[in-house]
Design a protein around this ligand. Structure first.
Ligand code: SAM
Length: 389
């Protein structure tokens, strides 16, 4: 694989000489080229930036040096990677995809970024990927280019001494995209902490089962978003809500709770009175899932751990757009939110209107029981269910 880096800070790439990438370059598996963008700037000061059209803070990288650099470095079959916080988020799938390319050219931005015409032009001469390392802003693209490089080159056949170690890692497609289980080495006992017995048992089946269970438990606890999303019968996924869903959630919530207000002959229902800011706030506090059909947000549900021991999964805001009610969507969401409850949850609790007969029927069918012995908000009833293991 050939890797080229276009940057105004070539020294940033010294680490490429270290460790495995260095060895891979020495053995001919990798062919590396680091280029100072300023060699394509021709004025006395080798200027690569200028003020932004339209005004605003900071400087923008000029197109001319980039145009010349790309003309020299790009060749048929190249993929140009622009590192940018507004790109697609880098992950293991993308690393796997890039590891199949023959030639990657990393274009490292600085200042407020690169003139948009450079990216548009690059698309005409090569495959272009705009890649973000994550939802934060770095000073320049060099660190991102190094991170992408390291994740990609270790996937090249022959790069790792032991290829099996790639298969079991966190995020590997082969391990179902789960986080890795905890790992231990000698000594068997350290500072009063022992290695789990099962790992010393020699029973490979038991070890594999334990590792799988630990990987699932860790993923559910730390990154529930990585667990495969549930899908509706027609293949539509139930996905985690994002902050940008707040406006549509507010609209859906109003539509659904007007019905509740009519059924229960009362207006004092919190969901009916929340503002956009309220919805934004609870989105940050609850695990919320949504369903979109043809781009439209049509259903949602939320859950979070409550109770003194933090072992009760509080389920709420099950909402289905009025035109889709009765289609079974509410029940699917109810099943989904129970399935994604963290391992700590030993029971489920939910509230509904005392006169919301249809909701109560659905909850009872799903195994929930009315709990008149538990406190409920005015006009509402509480239902609970023990979690089956
Ligand atoms: N004004 C830009 C914006 O708001 O999107 C940020 C520019 S940033 C200060 C300068 C350069 O750092 C970017 O052009 C990009 O190459 C790089 N960079 C910053 N954050 C990044 C991230 N999360 N992922 C990849 N590259 C990043």
């Amino acid at each position: 694989m050939r890797l080229d880096y276009l940057t105004i800070f070539p020294d940033f790439f010294a680490p490429l000489e270290l460790s495995l990438p260095g060895k891979a370059a020495a053995s001919g598996l990798l062919d590396l080229g680091v280029h100072d963008l300023r060699q394509w700037a021709h004025d006395r000061h080798r200027t690569v930036d200028d003020t932004p059209y339209g005004g605003g803070a900071g400087m923008v990288m000029k197109p001319e040096p980039w145009g010349e650099a790309l003309a020299e470095v790009v060749r048929p079959g190249s993929t140009v990677v622009f590192t940018t916080p507004s790109g697609e988020r880098f992950d293991q799938r993308l690393a796997e995809e890039l590891s199949t390319r023959e030639h990657l050219v990393f274009a490292c931005g600085r200042y407020e970024g690169i003139d948009q015409r450079v990216i548009d032009h690059a698309r005409e001469i090569a495959e272009v990927r705009e890649i973000s390392l994550g939802d934060y802003v770095l000073n320049g693209g060099e660190v991102a280019a190094l991170a992408v490089t390291e994740a990609v080159v270790r996937l090249l056949p022959g790069f790792m001494g032991n290829a099996a170690s790639l298969v079991e890692e966190s995020h590997a497609a082969e391990s179902g995209g789960l986080l890795e289980y905890p790992v231990y080495t000698k000594p068997r006992s350290w500072e009063g902490r022992d290695v789990p017995d099962v790992l010393l048992s020699g029973d490979h089946g038991a070890i594999a089962r334990w590792r799988r269970a630990e990987a699932v438990r860790r993923t559910a606890q730390r990154r529930p978003d990585l667990l495969s999303p549930s899908v509706l019968d027609d293949g539509t996924p139930i996905v985690r809500a994002v902050p940008g869903d707040a406006g549509e959630l507010l609209t859906l919530q109003r539509a659904c709770w007007v019905q509740e207000a009519v059924a229960n002959d009362m207006l004092a229902i919190p969901a009916l009175h929340e503002s956009l800011d309220d919805v934004r706030a609870w989105l940050g506090e609850w695990d919320t899932y949504v369903v979109r059909r043809a781009g439209r947000l049509v259903a949602a549900v939320r859950g979070r751990l409550e109770g003194e021991a933090g072992d009760t999964w509080d389920i709420g805001r099950i909402m289905v757009a009025p035109d889709l009610q009765g289609s079974g969507l509410g029940r699917v969401l109810l099943d989904h939110i129970q399935a994604v409850a963290p391992p700590a949850a030993t029971s489920y609790v939910l509230f509904t209107g005392a006169a919301s007969a249809r909701n109560q029927r659905m909850y009872k069918k799903a195994g929930f029981r009315l709990r008149p012995d538990l406190p409920a908000p005015p006009g509402a009833v509480v239902l609970t269910k023990r979690r089956g293991r």
